[in-house]
Design a protein around this ligand. Sequence first.
Ligand code: BTN
Length: 267
Amino acid sequence: MTPAPPDPGRLVRETFVRHVEHHAVIGSTNDRAREMAAEAADRRPRLIVADRQTAGRGRGTKRWWTGPGSLAFSLLVDLESFGVERSRQSMVALAAGIAVVETLAPALEGIPLGLHWPNDVYAQGRKLAGILIESAARRLHVVGIGINTNNTLRDAPPELSDAAVTLLDLTAREHDHTEILVGFLTRFERLLSELAHAPKRVGRKANALCLQRGRFLTVAHGGRTASGVCEGIAPDGALLLKTDSGPKRFHSGTLREPPDRGQPLRG
Ligand code: BTN
């Protein structure tokens, strides 16, 4: 299905973005945003939205499936202009995840959804949205988000059928992309301001939405791995693990195994 294209006029009127670019097909909206970071005449927030990506990227070497009907977008933003200190920038992915959860929750009519550290939104044990934050030229940042909206897993590569979920498959109805973008951008702006002025509130919200508490996780970071029971997210945004050698905290890293497969529940 081809979704109605986003309404750039409404996005500029109702949110903080000052420029919207829509593509029917593009390689990756994150790549386009990084190009823009180097070329743009000013540092005003820009939004790039695509109906289809031919080279959508996830974290590390992962690819992102942009199934027909899904929503892929990247926000090019100057975090410093929001007052977000460099030391807090690792919490921007949490802020984006919270904004996605808060935006989609009303549409899910009671189906619980939450955060999978470091950067995913899950519902019913499957991935509904992924977030990829990258730094770009001139100290700008790209916040790239893929949401499985009006796509269906019937079109997905077989390896995703147990791992992903879409709004359409969960609710049996279509969802308006402009509405989702306005909802996300409004909430994200508020969360960036909280990150600047009251960062612990963002950490506490992320902790309340953490779906991995009590799960046994293996986190890889800086060439080392640590395994332990997840104790949630600290107010400063760190993932908390209770390991055999004591408590450990991670501000970044990668989960060693898919969090939704073969994870014994403990604690
Ligand atoms: C992940 O799951 O590891 C992150 C996925 C991020 C996907 C989005 S889709 C829009 C933007 N453009 C990309 O190429 N990737 C991000």
